[in-house]
Design a protein around this ligand. Structure first.
Ligand code: FES
Ligand SMILES: [Fe+2]
Length: 423
């Protein structure tokens, strides 16, 4: 990829083209539980290079405001969270959840001029989402299937990933890597084991991909041999600008990710599991909490994985040799993170030599690039209509002469009215 395109894609700070594009969509910011209590402790968050403070006000409403007081720049991390706002501890200026200055004790007449940034928030699926774009362009709140389910049906974790969002997200789009780095772990993982899907995946390593451009992003169709007269199709979805949906395994939970830039050198990898029609069982929830499936174990008191670049992700060369872990690293998310972080904080795209299996990545890059440039020229971004997010991933056996694209149009586009297709 050329330098100019790479730079456009990886830079998301204020004033950048990609930053402007991403700010047109609702952004998952943090878990509601991180600001659980009204008037409880506020927390620092950084999103797309912006340093922010999230808090819950007296009436229980989430707020997301600029970190620094408009007076002399003190961090509102040290403010008092009381009576529906943050009061700066230095000279008592107070800001409400919209960033509006509501009190300047020493000079009430200048209150109007002292406001700070404040972004509208909604809460869905136990997450606080914010809209960080132009106020008159705010789209309807997210309607991804997992974001509209009762909290009992969903488990979500976030993990710090120490690289640019693009190379992290590309792992969610690039389904070809599953046959390598995750190969030995799927058999033992409680969210994958015991499914027919695994048998087909193992029996036929030669996946053939068809990619279809969609109004919401991309659908990736991976074809393997099924039974005598069928093919086994796995359909992965990428949704603008940073969501991926994983084809399910048997009766296990469905899954997906959101890849949100913290700054240009790190991102939040949100990992989501859900049942569409029933609560997660206690066993499932406990497995997920322990870091199984697409989740991970953490360094205590943080969202940084316990296996991280400072300890070479706890690589176990014996397990690698004995084929218990393909790369010697355990856990799907850490397996991915280790390889993606090893590229450096921002991959050198000019040096890469892409292969035919990278077709989906190339298309996603191109779509993001065109949308970012288009927006600069006044063209509205794609997929702002939240109903487009009703799409689902699938794993399905189809007749050998069936057209999977036509099948997907019928069964996955408005999937929330459909059964889950998974074997
Ligand atoms: S710096 Fe915040 S009130 Fe003075
Ligand atoms: Fe992966």
């Amino acid at each position: 990829m050329e330098k100019e395109m790479s730079e456009t894609l990886v830079r998301t700070g204020p004033g950048t083209k990609m930053g402007a594009l991403m700010r047109r969509y609702w952004v998952p910011i943090l878990s509601s539980s991180e600001i659980a209590e009204p008037d409880g402790p506020q927390v620092r968050v950084q999103i797309m290079g912006e340093k922010l403070i999230a808090f819950r006000d007296t009436e229980g409403r989430p707020g997301l405001v600029g970190e620094f007081c408009s007076h002399r720049g003190v961090s509102l991390f040290f403010a008092r969270n009381e009576e529906n706002g943050l009061r700066c501890s230095y000279h008592g200026l107070k800001f409400d959840r919209n960033g509006k200055c509501v009190d300047v004790p020493s000079a009430p007449q200048v209150c109007d001029r002292m406001s700070i940034t404040g972004y509208p928030c909604v809460e869905r699926a136990g997450l606080v989402w914010a809209y960080m774009g132009p106020p008159d362009k705010m789209p309807a709140p997210p309607e991804l299937e997992w974001a509209t389910l009762p909290e009992s049906h969903v488990y979500i974790s976030k993990r710090l990933q120490e690289c640019n969002y693009l190379q992290a997200m590309e792992g969610g789009i690039d389904t070809a890597h599953v046959s390598y780095v995750h190969k030995y772990e799927v058999d033992n993982d409680p969210m994958h084991r015991g499914t027919r899907a695994l048998e087909y995946i193992k029996a036929d390593g030669n996946v053939i991909f068809t990619i279809e451009k969609q109004p919401f992003g991309l659908s990736m169709f991976g074809r393997r041999n099924g039974d005598e007269d069928t093919f086994y199709w796995r359909v992965t979805q990428w949704l603008f600008p940073w969501f991926t949906l994983i084809p399910p395994f048997g009766e296990h939970v469905l899954g997906g990710h959101a890849w949100v830039p913290i700054d240009d050198h790190s991102c939040w990898a949100w990992s989501i599991n859900f049942h569409t029609d029933k609560p997660l069982s206690e066993q499932e929830r406990s497995d997920l909490q322990q870091g199984r499936g697409i989740h991970c174990e953490y360094e205590p008191g943080s969202f940084r994985p316990k296996a991280n670049k400072d300890n070479d992700y706890l690589i176990d060369r014996v397990a690698q040799r004995e084929k218990r872990a393909y790369s010697g690293i355990f856990g799907f998310s850490v397996q991915d993170a280790s390889l993606q972080e090893s590229m450096g904080p921002i991959q050198n795209h000019e040096a890469e030599r892409l292969l035919p299996t990278d077709k989906a990545i190339v298309m996603a890059r191109r779509m993001l690039y065109e949308a970012a440039n288009g927006l600069e020229q006044g063209i509205e971004p794609p997929a702002l209509n939240a109903t487009m997010q009703h799409v689902r991933a699938a794993g399905v056996l189809l007749d050998r002469n069936a057209d999977p694209l036509a099948w997907a149009r019928e069964h996955l586009a408005d999937a929330t009215n459909q059964p889950v297709y998974s074997i």
